[in-house]
Each structure stands twice: as C-alpha cells, then as structure tokens.
Design a protein around this ligand. Sequence first.
Ligand SMILES: Nc1ncnc2c1ncn2[C@@H]1O[C@H](COP(=O)(O)OP(=O)(O)OP(=O)(O)O)[C@@H](O)[C@H]1O
Length: 271
Amino acid sequence: MTNSTESIVSLKGVDFSYAPGERNILSGLNMEFPRGKVIAVMGGSGCGKTTVLRLIGGQVTAQQGEVMFEGQNVGLMNTQQLMAARRRMGMLFQFGALFTDMSVFENVAFPLREHTKVSETTLRDLVLMKLNAVGLRGARDLMPSQISGGMARRVALARAIALDPPLIMYDEPFAGLDPISLGITARLIKNMNQALGATSILVTHDIPETFEIADYVYFIANGTIAAEGTPHDLKISTDPFVKQFVSADPDGPVPFHYPGKTLAEDFGAQS
Ligand SMILES: Nc1ncnc2c1ncn2[C@@H]1O[C@H](COP(=O)(O)OP(=O)(O)OP(=O)(O)O)[C@@H](O)[C@H]1O
C-alpha cells in the first residue's frame, strides 16, 4: 500500500531482533496503515505479528528503519512523548483481561479516570455511551465474573476506545470466541472504526471474519511481507503462499513439518 502521507502509521525498512546478535524477527519491513481503514496483519505463528504492534506502541524499538505514528518517529520519542502517543492508541491485547474486582462500568471508566479530569457526570455519560456502542449499557453494574467471554471482549473494546483513540490495535480479538460472538466482535470492530473515524490494525488468524471486515491485508513470513492486498485480491490470488493461507491448506510453501530427520531416517528399516 502506498501514500504514506495519508497513513497514521508507517514502517519503513524496519529490522528488529529481540537481542543483539540474534536472528532478525523482522527484516526490511515496509508497511502502511492508511487513516480510516481496517488493516489486518496475518501470518504463521511466531512470524512477528505481535512484534509489529509492540514496535508501533513503542514497547520495543527497531534496530534499523523507522516506525512513524502521526508523523513522529516512535523510536525517537522521549518518555513523555511516548505516553502522549500511547493515549492516542487504543490497545486490545490477546484475551484483553478486565480488572476482575471492578464492575463493567468501572472497567470502562478506568482510562478516563487515569488520563482525564472530567467531572463524574461527564464520565458517566462517556462510559454509558461507550457501553451503548458495544451493546452493554444494561450490563454496567455486573462484575466480570458475571458476564460471558464474548461480553467481556466487548467490555474490553469499550475500554480500549474510552479515550476516542485515532488508532486501535487488536491482538487476536477473536481468540477463544464462539462463532456467534466472533461474528458480533468482527462487525463491532468494523462499526467502531467507522463511528470513531479511527484506523484499526488487526492481528489475527481468522481468515473468514478478517476478510469480511478488512480493507487491506498484509501477510508476514520470514520477517517480511510475503503478500498483501485487499481481501478480494488475496481470495483470487494464484500465489501458492497466499492460496495455502487462505484455504488453510497444510501442504504448500509453508511447511507443516518442523525441519528434522526424514521419515525414512526415523522409521526406516534397520539392518
Ligand atoms: N520478549 C521476547 N524475547 C525474545 N523473543 C521473543 C519475545 N517475544 C517474542 N519473541 C519471539 O519473536 C518471534 C515473533 O513473536 P511474535 O509474538 O511477534 O509472533 P506472532 O506472529 O504474534 O505469533 P503468534 O501468532 O503465535 O502470537 C517468535 O519467534 C517469538 O518466540
């Protein structure tokens, strides 16, 4: 995807490894996240999808290249700038845990109490508006132990958008959800993005739901972009890598077997 001036986030020539001298998790990675879009980051387990979110959030820093957020280099921000930038990023991490000792209402109120000085009346209105957006205004007084996993995910979403962030990052938002909750969550992510005029980055393995709501998809393999395009482009792609991913096929360029001895060596006839 091009047009970096329209992007809220862009990665340019990013090299990253978790420890000096270790293999690069990401090498020469270029990605654009245009404003207003839902962009999915997909790829095999351990390919570095979550690491991309950590680079954007400034939890880790690239050894080479630039990670830009709203025109500023995240890797060069001081602590104060980073804190300010993070307030503009809603993050919903894997199994986005709620505070178990707080009601649904207080969970959503938490970031507002932490980062703003709004009056209790305004706070109440803001929280109820966010809960209304995820269909859970009526559940405000329940405790996390009293709601289902799908509802908890929606509360976590309401909390992630409490400060109206222009960027929302989701790490495996569908993990562990039943098919109905999964469909509801997917539609909610799309609708939220539109209602807030935000940009959403989605790290996920769920092809059907993601292709339903994403405007653009990146596939990462071997530390770089192996394929990219709109869901439509990718569905009709003849690239063996894309076809293997889209059809969840165990046979293809991404091997099912971890490299090791051949079958014959392990089970072969012994003399
Ligand atoms: N804190 C860390 N220190 C060292 N290595 C790490 C660390 N976090 C992740 N890794 C390694 O970096 C690689 C990329 O991890 P990452 O979590 O970004 O992958 P992923 O694509 O999100 O995986 P999954 O889909 O399984 O969640 C993996 O090989 C992982 O083992």
